[in-house]
Design a protein around this ligand. Structure first.
Ligand code: AMP
Ligand code: MG
Length: 412
């Protein structure tokens, strides 16, 4: 390819912006059992029909009292007039008496504080209390967690265990969620064989198939894995047609460079449209984005580290947004560099790095020594990526932007 036909170089931010605008979130809404909604995306915001807690209740095992009846500087003795366990309603508290009460039980009318059991001694039906309590002590107020009518879960939230628990706490047995995004994958390359088979000369294992499908599963998707596809136009077109029938998004690895053995571009063009992007990033310059019928198409590069990084930086936010997730941006953190990176590339680099605590207890970033785009060990050694801006040298002690893998492999 000469310069005239070279597609323009896009910045990472431009490419991401383009992808997120192009993402068409699934519209169909399903009613999921709350118990089964883990990992699904909430389709509408949820307003609480009830207050949580629904009534004032005791935060302790102890005695419900009127705080003003207690002597702040001496032992107070009160008659124990009733016993209120969680799940039962007491009677109004008679003057100058205490109610034996247990955690979670409703505060009886007239009581305004609970003395914890450890500060009391009961003999027959008389309880001795010291020290005293002040009004409101050890009482959980109705609605202190959630007021009835309050919006508690926002549409577009990826439901984690905590969201499921909160939904249950307001009595929701079912939740509206988006239908699951269907994602098809396939892997191009005549050199690829599956683990378990012997390698003939010139062959390598199809590791991208395992990386990519696992990345998708980690984000809660169930990929439709269409396997390895040989490097020829007919085979590539055929699998693309099938993928476009079965999926909302097609993701592939390899075959998007500009060599004669790269058929993905020609194949997508035959039945859809495709943009070949050269992204100003390392690893992972070539990225293809297109459409075949109703399916979006993302062609990741072939090099294993490029697949991992371009998936995390581009495909992950695109897929989450397509699934209806609002917040798709991984958090990154400033950390101190414990390395020199004095010959930066003209493209933004995502360096595989690890945080290591020093003698002073402060964690600093160190780099994997071999940053090649085929060196998959760097992704296992590292626990995140350093976002190294284009053309910017880094000196030991300077601040760098670190994106932990835990952020890139998570959905919220
Ligand atoms: P390509 O973009 O097809 O030219 O591939 C770039 C490099 O990635 C080549 O060295 C390929 O052998 C390698 N590669 C492509 N696909 C895979 C795969 N599925 N697993 C491991 N390596 C791959
Ligand atoms: Mg190839």
């Amino acid at each position: 390819m000469n310069d005239k036909t070279q597609p323009p170089l896009l910045s990472v931010d431009e490419a991401l912006d383009h992808l997120l605008h192009a993402a068409e979130p699934v519209q169909a809404i399903e009613d999921a059992l709350t118990m089964d909604a883990l990992g699904r995306v909430l389709a509408t915001s949820i307003t609480s029909p009830v207050s949580v807690p629904p009534y004032n209740n005791s935060a302790m095992d102890g005695y419900a009292v009127r705080a003003a009846e207690l002597n702040p500087s001496a032992v107070t003795r009160l008659q124990v007039s009733q016993r209120i366990a969680a799940g039962t309603m007491g009677d109004p508290l008679a003057a100058h008496t205490a109610a034996r009460i247990f955690t979670g039980a409703p505060i009886p009318e007239g009581a305004d504080a609970v003395v914890m059991q450890e500060n009391t001694k009961q003999t027959d039906d008389i309880v001795a209390i010291h020290p005293a309590v002040t009004t409101g002590e050890n009482i959980r107020l109705a609605g202190e967690d959630i007021a009835a009518g309050a919006m508690v879960l926002q549409g577009g939230t990826h439901l984690g265990p905590q969201h499921i628990g909160l939904a249950a706490s307001i009595g929701m047995a079912r939740l509206p969620v988006y239908r699951k995004l269907r994602i098809a994958t396939f892997f191009t390359g005549d050199e690829l064989v599956m683990p378990g088979e012997a390698l003939a000369p010139g062959q390598i294992y199809n590791s991208n198939r395992f990386t990519l499908n696992s990345l998708l599963r980690r984000l809660g998707f169930i990929p439709i894995d269409l396997g390895t596809v040989p490097d020829n136009l007919e085979a590539t077109v055929a699998v693309l047609k099938q993928a476009a029938q079965e999926a909302d998004v097609i993701i592939t690895s390899g075959g998007v460079s500009v060599g004669e053995e790269d058929y993905v571009k020609a194949a997508v063009e035959q039945i859809g449209s495709i943009n070949m992007w050269r992204i100003a990033m390392k690893p992972g310059k070539p990225l293809a984005f297109g459409r075949i019928e109703n399916a979006a198409f993302i062609g990741l590069p072939g090099n294993p580290v490029s697949v991992f990084v371009t998936f995390c930086i581009f495909a992950r936010p695109f897929l989450l947004r397509s699934q209806g997730v609002m917040n798709v941006t991984p958090r990154s953190f400033w950390v101190e560099a414990n390395f020199d990176w004095l010959k930066p590339d003209r493209r933004r680099e995502y360096l595989r790095a690890r945080l290591e605590p020093g003698m002073d207890g402060v964690s600093r970033a160190v780099l994997f020594p071999h940053q090649g785009s085929g060196v998959l060990t760097s992704t296992v050694w590292g626990d995140g990526l350093i976002n190294c801006p284009a053309g910017t040298p880094i000196k030991r002690g300077e601040r760098v932007r670190f994106i932990p893998f835990s952020e890139l492999l998570a959905c919220y």
